[in-house]
Design a binder for this molecule. Structure first.
Ligand code: AP5
Length: 218
């Protein structure tokens, strides 16, 4: 399966990508995670990207597409993959189409998680991330067993710099201005399947499985 997860910040793309990648043995590629890793390691890309990420702006297309192309080069993507948070602009989508056409591995589906602003704000202000393994929790919806500690690796949980309300509002604005148009882009290609990002994790996962069955992806 070759999937793109599309939706506003906080739609649950990362959470569903984790569940789907484990269930179906797919490679989970998150540009947000790759960029945060580069920021943590203070690489030149990370230092440049941080300026945009802290404000909730998009990192320039050249940086992000180069990162994805490198990832494709150094990973075995033939058993299938999930792109989480990429593409986010029409330019990125065109470069992705070209790269996948060269590999003869076209996309099977783009899952669009339609999500209300209230849900987004509640989820992101309450999100806590493990600084060691990157697993996402939520202080109300998906709390860790011990406050502030990751259930899986005992790493310390932190509140993302861009999960402050003001920055979240800017990320939503940026999504509406620069990413939303990808729904039409993929609709024209017949790749879009919609599901509600407002649903609970298991309920959304069941809907996705139903979509896969109906379209004979599984
Ligand atoms: P990125 O990390 O991709 O952030 P995002 O797209 O804004 O998405 P989020 O991670 O905030 O949300 P999500 O939909 O994955 O939700 P999640 O599952 O975590 O990007 C960060 C920044 O990097 C960007 O602002 C940009 O600067 C840069 N960047 C990244 N990609 C780029 C690109 N392609 N081009 C340019 N710049 C790029 O869930 C959120 C919370 O809700 C969690 O706490 C979770 O536990 C909880 N939750 C999830 N699902 C549910 C549910 N169904 N019910 C209840 N709670 C839930």
């Amino acid at each position: 399966m070759r999937l793109v997860l599309l939706g506003p910040p906080g739609a649950g793309k990362g959470t569903q990508a984790n569940v789907l990648s484990q269930k179906y043995g797919l490679l989970h590629i998150s540009t947000g995670d790759l960029l945060r890793e580069a920021v943590k390691n203070k690489t030149p890309v990370g230092q440049e990207a941080k300026k945009f990420m802290d404000k909730g702006e998009l990192v320039p297309d050249e940086i992000v597409t180069q990162m994805i192309i490198e990832k494709f080069k150094h990973s075995d993507i033939s058993p299938g993959f999930i792109l989480d948070g990429f593409p986010r602009t029409k330019r990125q989508a065109q470069i992705l189409d070209q790269a996948l056409a060269e590999l003869n591995l076209p996309l099977d589906m783009v899952l669009y998680f339609e999500t209300g602003e209230d849900t987004i704000l509640k989820r992101l202000t309450g999100r806590r991330v493990c600084q060691n393994c990157g697993y996402n929790f939520h202080i109300v919806n998906i709390p860790p067993k011990n406050e502030g500690i990751c259930d899986y690796c005992s790493g310390k949980l932190y509140h993302r710099q861009d999960d402050k309300e003001e920055t979240i509002r800017n990320r939503i604005k940026v999504y509406n201005e620069q990413t939303r148009e990808l729904i039409d882009y993929y609709q024209i290609k017949g790749l879009i399947k919609k599901a509600s990002g407002d649903l609970e994790v298991e309920a959304l996962f069941s809907i996705l499985q139903k979509i896969f069955k109906e379209t004979r992806l599984i």
